[in-house]
Write a protein that binds this ligand. Structure first.
Ligand code: MSK
Length: 630
């Protein structure tokens, strides 16, 4: 293995402890302190049995008070809370997708945003039955953007993207009445169902949770992913680095954080501009380093190789380095804590979206129309701020790993073609991957996704699970903050192939890939759905028969629950390390972990012990292999 060594979670924690010392010097608050203040958590909230959907309550279910004032029992309350949680996640992802469609609508040959992957746009247009012949690419982009936007509110029919699923999956969705209609309709219907005096039957609430989830994964998120590729380029394998050591003490450091690549793409563009680099130098810096946090980071890492400073629970650490001139955020997963924290340093906390406005930030509203101008203004502001650094506070942990990222479905199909020398047709097939799986060289795949959560030692579950999976010849496909955990540890360095079982190691060598493949941000779990659908079609199996499972061991957001619902509803068993506030209802917990299997051929497993979690995933993969006789 040469001198390659994974970075351990102990090392992550030692670096964080050192940064928290800086924080203590300047009176900074931190999530570690706030967790202490919030502990122990409210048991009613934690088990999902508190209802505050009307003003007669709040009602809390106990053995002495088994029903709320309206008479709703614990199963109705827990089920409603679960559906509301899902609707929040589906709305969030889908609105992100909508923003991308609007950006596509404003793309122009001479505009801020251009079409970088015209072939992909044409492919999707053909899929949607739109004539492409002889059409100007921007006319086509505008037509497709408008059609995509109509998917959010069309009065009749189901989502266009559903046709990408195998017929057997579409039949299940139709049979169970969960094929999503207009994206916004599923969110609205969910909120209607959870209003006082509507649904309190667990089956109805969970069925709608699956449907709203599908509206996200096979609707809004898919718009986000596919049209981001059209605008910014479909990811291909690219080298980058990960962890706080990517920040550079001699440079102006700009951190991009959030989810929507429209902003970060522009910031990266201007940070590379020789005029801006000269401007940074005029303030004594050697250059400009842009690095990222959370899914914005994943987006620009996959397309530009921009380094990843960290994931969700590392967002405060970038400011604590004392070397962050600006943290520029768009939407989702941004701690409001960044405002007061930045005030303890010279850092400019810049919010850019009307959707995510926060106290103690500078608000520079970002639109497709003014994107170039505003990105330049932000980069200039960061350069000017370099002189305000307190050098005594600067400490950047010397910790980073190499990573190869950018494994879109298109890229995976391409790299794996070399493994078996199968011929790939013009649209690509997953047959080489299927051959690796059927021969047993690879036992299966795990889609590892999701966040960090202080309830779990940060990154520990992600890294330990991935290590054990690859050692058992199970390839890991990762997105979101799980992907960044892997990259920070070194599991996306191709040299980590030596940690794999013999079969997966051989595949990594032949295809020249790391054993943990970076597939993007949280909206990009739609890529995983496309991959599963393609594997099923190419193998002639149902998705639920594939030796593939999903896992979110450290999840925390509403989006993660929406994701879980569409992954399960697509027929993929999903393993969670954190309970989605449903333990208060035996009926809801039973439905999610077992009952839904009757409907969609997959279900959830919730397991907080990570050793048991990984073993149950491996067992499930082996059971699926045995069931199809491989
Ligand atoms: S950023 S939703 S903490 S994965 Fe997509 Fe990370 Fe979870 Fe946010």
């Amino acid at each position: 293995m040469g001198d390659f060594k994974l970075t351990s979670v102990d090392e992550f924690e030692a670096a964080t402890a050192r940064l928290l010392e800086t924080g203590a010097k300047v009176g900074a608050d931190s999530w570690q302190l706030r967790v202490k203040n919030q502990s122990p958590h409210c048991k009613f909230g934690e088990t999902g049995v508190c209802c505050r959907i009307c003003a007669m309550g709040p009602c809390r279910i106990t053995p002495k008070a088994p029903r709320g004032i309206c008479g709703c029992d614990v199963h109705g309350i827990v089920g409603r809370n679960y559906l509301k949680f899902t609707a929040g996640g589906a709305a969030t992802h889908s609105d992100h997708g909508r923003e991308i469609c609007h950006t596509l609508y404003l793309s122009a040959e001479d505009g801020n945003y251009k079409v970088k992957d015209p072939e992909k746009l044409k492919r999707i247009a053909k899929e949607w039955g739109v004539e492409t012949e002889g059409k100007d690419i921007y006319d086509l982009a505008h037509e497709m953007a408008e059609l995509a936007l109509l998917e959010y509110g069309k009065p009749f029919g189901t989502q266009r993207w559903l046709k990408r699923a195998p017929q057997t999956t579409q039949d299940i969705w139709d049979r169970e009445g969960i094929a999503p209609r207009a994206i916004d309709r599923e969110v609205s219907t969910s909120l209607h169902m959870t209003h006082m005096g509507c649904s309190s039957k667990p089956e109805a609430l969970i069925r709608q949770s699956l449907r709203a989830g599908l509206a996200d994964g096979w609707g809004g998120s898919m718009c986000g992913t596919e049209f981001s590729d059209v605008l910014f380029g479909t990811p291909k394998p690219i080298d980058t680095e990960a962890n706080l050591g990517v920040m550079n003490a001699e440079n102006v450091n700009i951190i991009v954080h959030g989810h929507d690549p429209s902003l970060s793409e522009m910031i990266c563009e201007y940070a590379d501009d020789p005029e801006m680099i000269a401007y940074a130098k005029s303030f004594g810096a050697k250059g400009i380093t842009v690095s990222g946090v959370c899914c914005t980071s994943n987006e620009v890492a996959m397309r530009r190789g921009i380094p990843m400073a960290g994931n969700f629970l590392q967002q405060e650490n970038v400011v604590l380095t004392g070397a962050c001139e600006a943290i520029v955020v768009d939407v989702q997963c941004i701690f409001p804590a960044l405002g007061p924290l930045s005030k303890c340093f010279h850092t400019k906390f810049i919010t850019t979206s009307p959707i995510a406005q926060m106290p103690d930030s500078e608000f520079i509203e970002f639109h497709a129309e003014n994107a170039g101008e505003n990105a330049k203004a932000i980069v200039k502001l960061a350069c000017e701020n370099f002189v305000n650094r307190n050098k005594d506070l600067v400490y950047i942990p010397d910790m980073k790993q190499k990573a190869t990222v950018g494994y879109s479905v298109e890229a995976i199909v391409k790299v794996l073609d070399g493994v078996t020398n199968s011929q790939v047709d013009e649209t690509g097939t997953t047959k080489p991957l299927i051959e690796c799986i059927t021969s047993g060289v690879i036992r299966g795949a795990v889609a590892m996704v999701g966040c960090n959560n202080p309830k779990i030692r940060p990154d520990h579950a992600h890294i330990e699970l991935m290590k054990k999976l690859i050692a058992n010849d199970i390839v890991v496909i990762a997105s979101g903050c799980a992907a960044q955990a892997a990259a920070k540890a070194g599991l996306m360095d191709k040299q980590s192939k030596d940690l794999c079982g013999a079969g997966l190691k051989r595949v990594c060598e032949l295809a020249d890939i790391p054993p943990v493949l970076h597939m993007g941000s949280c909206v990009d779990i739609s890529r995983m759905m496309i991959l599963a659908a393609t594997l099923a079609k190419d193998s002639g199996l149902k998705i639920s028969q594939l030796p593939v499972v999903g896992c979110a061991p450290e999840w925390m957001s509403e989006k993660a629950v929406s994701i879980g619902n569409y992954v399960v509803a697509t027929g993929i068993d999903t393993f969670l390390g954190v309970d989605p506030y449903v333990s208060g209802s035996s009926e809801v917990a039973e439905l999610l972990t077992n009952g839904v299997r009757e409907w969609v051929e997959a279900a959830y497993t919730v397991e907080k012990d990570i050793d048991k979690l990984v073993d149950s995933m491996i067992d499930r993969i082996e059971e699926k292999r045995a069931a199809i006789g491989i």
